[in-house]
Design a protein around this ligand. Structure first.
Ligand SMILES: Cc1cc2nc3c(=O)[nH]c(=O)nc-3n(C[C@H](O)[C@H](O)[C@H](O)COP(=O)(O)OP(=O)(O)OC[C@H]3O[C@@H](n4cnc5c(N)ncnc54)[C@H](O)[C@@H]3O)c2cc1C
Length: 389
């Protein structure tokens, strides 16, 4: 059975069915283990998946897209992530880092050139926000970009730039005026990672191992003015882009990845607890385990309701800064509780290569940090609710 919101449109439920079939047929457990070990994702399979039209879900129809179907796009993340980040990750790099941001913020030329390719799944973006000294405080980025005649020159460093080594563009936040107030000092650039002057170094990490996250170093990199996201008149408007609608949707992306992973963890623990016999009965018959399973499943249901409600608001273009922040905060923190409970249920086997639980735990532990930490969501909500600071 597919559990959905009561009012989920029929085409979204049908899309979930198709994706579950696709993943069950083409991304079995052994392959997922191999991708996780190799820090890699399946290019051919992603191309095949893109033929289902999923990358078009964030692109307007006039550019070959399916319109702005946030409800369906969030459901795609959830369904793909039930099988790990190996297809969900590239989907986000295409439909969200690319399609969503260019649809919202791109110039007419950038939209005409990039959106049809993004809608087909032919372009992938990486997100260049974090830096060695900049995590949550994004307005403080130090990567410096300045206009020099017909060119932009960029120097600095990005950290945790996931996919920089294979993406077509880095969607890169830069400081474009060190003398301006912090929030008028930012711009976004589209930077092809193979541009001369760029050095990319992969970083080892234990979570979200569909690819390596990277350090990216810019040594006086020269770009055309057409690299400014939104065009020349959007120079210095990066903060507005960062804080705009795309940010609300970004919180949903991370919440959906967390929710999909947490579902997979509960499913694995649920099955295991009925098969594993100790003291003459399945461990699911021991009260401590029964309670953990029931609590985890109840928490999942709360996550589902928060995610779907926030996704519906974003889909309908209604204000949703509060709901998306609450969903990111609650689901990421609850995902950690679910992960730790499921790990205990599976005992030693949660740590063995024979199951996927170790990956679920690794991925879920990172969710309160990535994409705006839980504390940053609390700060954000406190100011949206006008608590004194
Ligand atoms: C696998 C992986 C992939 C990633 N991919 C990308 C990517 O593609 N692109 C990208 O740009 N980034 C990426 N990141 C970076 C990620 O988004 C950052 O880790 C995140 O923004 C938090 O930054 P930080 O870890 O530097 O934490 P910091 O900002 O240093 O915060 C550390 C701790 O202090 C707390 N804290 C900080 N400031 C405050 C405050 N004012 N009030 C209360 N608490 C506070 C935080 O909540 C956190 O608990 C990735 C990270 C990982 C691990």
């Amino acid at each position: 059975m597919i559990e959905t919101a009561l009012d989920e449109p029929g085409h979204v439920t049908e899309l979930r069915r198709q994706l579950r079939r696709f993943v069950a047929d083409k991304a079995p457990r052994e392959k997922r283990r191999a991708w996780d070990r190799a820090h890699d994702w399946p290019r051919d399979l992603f191309r095949e998946l893109a033929q289902m039209g999923i990358c078009a879900l964030t692109v307007p129809e006039e550019y070959g897209g399916a319109g702005r179907d946030i409800w369906a796009a969030v459901a795609v993340i959830e369904e793909l992530t039930r099988a790990g980040p190996f297809l969900a990750g590239p989907f986000i790099h295409c439909a969200f880092y690319g399609g969503m941001n260019i649809s919202e913020n791109g110039s007419a030329e950038q939209k005409a050139e990039l959106l049809p390719k993004l809608a087909r799944g032919d372009l992938l973006f990486a997100y260049g926000l974090s830096e060695p000294d900049v995590g949550g405080d994004l307005a403080s980025v130090k990567t410096r970009a300045r206009i020099d005649g017909d060119f932009i020159r960029v120097s600095g460093a990005k950290r945790w730039c996931t996919g920089a080594d294979w993406a077509d563009y880095i969607y890169c936040l830069v400081n474009s005026d060190p003398n301006a107030p912090k929030r008028e000092a930012l711009s976004f650039l589209l930077i092809p990672p193979k541009t001369p002057g760029i050095t990319i170094t992969p970083i080892e990490h234990v979570n979200l191992r569909y690819t390596a996250s990277c350090d990216v170093h810019f040594d006086d990199v020269r770009l055309p003015l057409s690299a400014i996201v939104g065009g020349r008149e959007k120079w210095g408007q990066g903060w507005k882009m960062l804080a705009g609608r795309a940010l609300d949707v970004e919180k949903l992306e991370v919440a959906a990845v967390t929710f999909g992973t947490a579902q997979a963890a509960v499913e694995e623990a649920w099955t295991y607890a009925q098969e594993r016999v100790q003291f003459g009965k399945p461990i699911a018959a021991h009260q401590a385990i029964r309670h953990k399973l029931v609590t985890a499943r109840t928490r999942l249901e709360a996550c589902r309701l928060m995610l779907y409600n926030a996704a519906r608001l974003a889909h309908e273009g209604l204000p949703c800064a509060v709901e998306t922040s609450m969903a990111k905060l609650f689901i990421a923190d609850t995902g950690v509780e679910i992960a730790l409970a499921c790990q205990q249920i599976m005992g030693a086997y949660a740590l063995s290569d024979a199951y996927d639980m170790d990956r679920h735990v690794r991925d879920l532990l990172g969710m309160p940090i990535v994409g705006g930490s839980s504390d940053m969501q609390r700060n954000n909500l406190a100011s949206l609710w006008r608590l004194p600071a």
